[in-house]
Design a protein around this ligand. Structure first.
Ligand SMILES: NC(=O)c1ccc[n+]([C@@H]2O[C@H](COP(=O)([O-])OP(=O)(O)OC[C@H]3O[C@@H](n4cnc5c(N)ncnc54)[C@H](O)[C@@H]3O)[C@@H](O)[C@H]2O)c1
Length: 374
């Protein structure tokens, strides 16, 4: 049994109940500097160990594992701090926003007694697990083209998102596409689109509301992977999805998040007309629970959580394709089993670096830049 500390009570609020329900987790603590938010979330979810800073929580001497859901600019230093203390560390995406910081996290993970995992929701959402199933069973045939887009309007978000370089947050698309292809990205060519309005600019100098990258892969045959991310000045409702095209079948992301995916299946040419006949079907991808404990399974869908101490029940959503309980189980079981998690530091680096390099390419007008291999 392990004790888990959740850091950041924004997105982190969704994870406290999942750790509390995991049969291998004894206690769940919370770090949140905002006193009002800390008090509200602790009272709502029945957290009895709450701290105003990570320093304070680690100094208390408890906690075997830490899940960071603090703002992006804290991820690297907090990861290094947790790993240096010998504890295991899960980090919300992205792992880092520079290649140097990726290298620092890899070094820290390889010399720590603890485990490192990047909590990439896109690698456990039911749509991805279904696409992987189609790939592994041969239903897609030879891959032809992979594409995806993360589009979200960050107007009104915390000031640290202003001017955020889109490709420095590309893991939600890069990770599933590379996962389906089963390879790494070798080089990036990327263009920025538009010019950020002054009101959306931030300190880091990114001038683009949208970036779109083409990656070459370490695949035996050429295969085009296109990734687009936009955060501002684009009238598209939230989407975080991908399309996979193969010789036999294709899977396309729903135009409305949470809707059915579209599967296209090509039959043999039947002579009735030019081209092969292609059937189109809509499909609600199933949940694939794998080894997930019973107590977590209902939480791949919206479900009610009953906090300890007879507190009122809490309605929990299951954002990101039901991925959250999968992430919790993978992180906890990697710690209790003493093995590397599926998204360890090297795999995390392999899906984070392509976006970082792509943004550098966009700043250089689309020059092809090589991506480090981990
Ligand atoms: N699909 C996904 O994987 C996904 C989705 C949403 C957010 N995220 C990531 O999760 C993280 C948190 O997102 P969010 O939307 O909750 O952000 P947020 O800015 O709304 O909240 C972060 C929380 O962390 C607290 N905080 C600030 N500084 C801190 C520090 N030094 N130590 C600990 N806590 C601190 C803030 O008070 C706030 O409550 C971000 O890194 C974001 O990129 C990932």
């Amino acid at each position: 049994m392990i004790d888990v500390l959740v850091v950041g009570a924004g997105f982190g609020r969704d994870f406290v109940p999942l750790y509390a329900l995991h049969p291998e987790v004894l206690r769940v603590g919370l770090v949140e500097p905002d006193a009002q938010r800390r008090a509200a979330v602790s009272a709502e979810l029945g957290v009895d160990a709450a701290y105003s800073s990570l320093d304070e929580a680690l100094a208390a001497g408890d906690w075997d594992a830490v899940h960071l859901l603090s703002p992006v600019r804290f991820h690297v230093e907090q990861t290094l701090q947790v790993l240096a203390s010998g504890r295991s560390c899960a980090s919300a995406v992205p792992m880092a926003t520079t290649l140097d910081d990726i290298a620092r996290v890899i070094d820290a993970a390889s010399s720590s007694a603890g485990r490192y995992m990047m909590m990439e929701t896109a690698l456990y959402q039911r749509e991805y697990l279904h696409a992987l199933h189609l790939r592994e069973t041969g239903a897609l045939g030879r891959l032809t083209y992979l594409s995806g887009a993360h589009m979200q309007d960050l107007d009104g978000f915390a000031s640290y998102w202003m001017g955020y370089a889109p490709m420095e947050y590309a893991t939600h698309i890069v990770a599933p596409l590379l996962g389906i292809a089963g390879v790494t990205a070798r080089s990036a060519r990327c263009l920025g689109s538009g010019t950020l309005r002054a009101s959306h600019r931030g300190a880091n100098g990114n001038p683009f509301p949208l970036e779109s990258a083409l990656f070459t892969l370490s695949a035996p045959e050429p295969l085009v992977v296109q990734v687009t991310v936009s955060f501002f000045e684009n009238a598209r409702s939230y989407t975080e999805g991908f399309n996979v095209y193969g010789e036999r079948a294709a899977l396309e992301w729903p135009s409305a998040e949470g809707g059915p995916v579209v599967i296209h299946t090509a039959g043999p040419a039947d002579g009735a007309g030019p081209g092969r006949p292609v059937a189109r079907a809509e499909l609600a991808p199933p949940d694939r629970h794998g080894t997930m404990p019973e107590a977590l399974r209902p939480h791949t869908r919206p479900h009610v959580y009953r906090p300890p101490g007879g507190r009122p029940a809490v309605e929990l959503q299951a954002w990101h394709g039901g991925s959250h309980p999968h992430l919790v189980h993978e992180f906890v079981s990697s710690v209790t089993d003493g093995r590397l998690p599926e998204i360890d530091a090297r795999r995390a680096a392999g899906v984070t670096a392509p976006g970082i390099v792509a943004h550098l390419s966009a700043l250089r007008g689309g020059a092809e830049l090589m991506i480090p291999q981990y």
